[in-house]
Design a protein around this ligand. Structure first.
Ligand code: PRP
Length: 223
């Protein structure tokens, strides 16, 4: 897959939303200052210049970071291991844990159901999730057949509205589960955000791509 920008310029894909706030101090520590529009929520721009003429930023949905990097449209990115596990793109190399975006991917169900429920006895589960591949694999590995209903957000609504009894979703503070009468019953994976690179870009442009990796590594170590 050929890169969408000229060979001299690198594109770094960052996820919109709460991770973006956590990643900015590391960006500054790595010496990256985005143009002012980057922090202007009213700006309709999608590509942003930085203080480095050879580095541009894009702001996309968290799942799309992985896609841009896997296809070489962005050479660098920040993605959670939840997203990386779901896609499992061989083209992505995730060498650096940024120690931000801490949360977990968990199975949850209504409080009333959990009172008399034993997850060890499940043989078939029906779950609403944004992570059908991770969910299926997790349950298959323990001999449970999982039927996944793909949703893109607001998973917590599914049990209340009778779509299914259980969900697999990210849990951070647990406030969203609590507000919807749900309780976490199993943790599938601990999640943090990683600095990811396109493997081919790292091979063909080791100084540029590897140079940024090193700067982020130092920024993480210095925290
Ligand atoms: C995530 C996740 C949960 C919520 C958990 O959604 O899908 O709904 O955060 O956080 P909590 O445990 O601190 O309440 P997010 O707000 O990122 O939006 P999304 O539904 O668009 O993914």
């Amino acid at each position: 897959m050929s890169p969408a920008v000229s060979d001299s310029k690198l594109v770094m894909a960052l996820p919109k939303g709460r991770i973006l706030k956590e990643v900015m101090p590391l960006m500054h520590a790595a010496g990256i200052e985005p143009e002012p529009d980057f922090s202007d929520e009213n700006s309709r721009k999608l590509r942003f210049a930085t203080n480095h003429p050879d580095l541009e930023l894009i702001r996309v949905r968290s799942f799309d970071v992985a896609t841009f990097v896997a296809f070489g449209a962005a050479q660098l990115g920040v993605a959670g291991n939840d997203v990386l596990m779901e896609f499992d793109y061989p083209e992505i190399y995730a060498p650096l844990d940024l120690d931000i975006g801490h949360c977990r991917l968990s199975v949850a169900e209504p409080v009333e159901l959990s009172a008399g429920d034993d997850p060890k006895r499940w043989s078939h589960v029906r779950v609403a999730t944004k992570y059908p591949h991770v969910t299926q694999k997790y349950f298959a590995d323990r001999g449970v057949q999982a039927e996944c209903i793909k949703l893109n957000g607001a998973m917590e609504l599914a049990p209340t509205l009778g779509l299914c009894r259980r969900i697999v979703d990210l849990v951070s503070t647990g406030a969203t589960l609590k507000a919807n009468g749900l309780v976490e019953v199993e943790v599938i994976a601990k999640v943090t955000s990683r600095l990811v690179v396109n493997r081919a870009a790292l091979k063909t442009r080791p100084d540029q791509v590897g140079g940024w990796l090193e700067k982020f590594r130092k920024a993480v170590d210095a925290r």
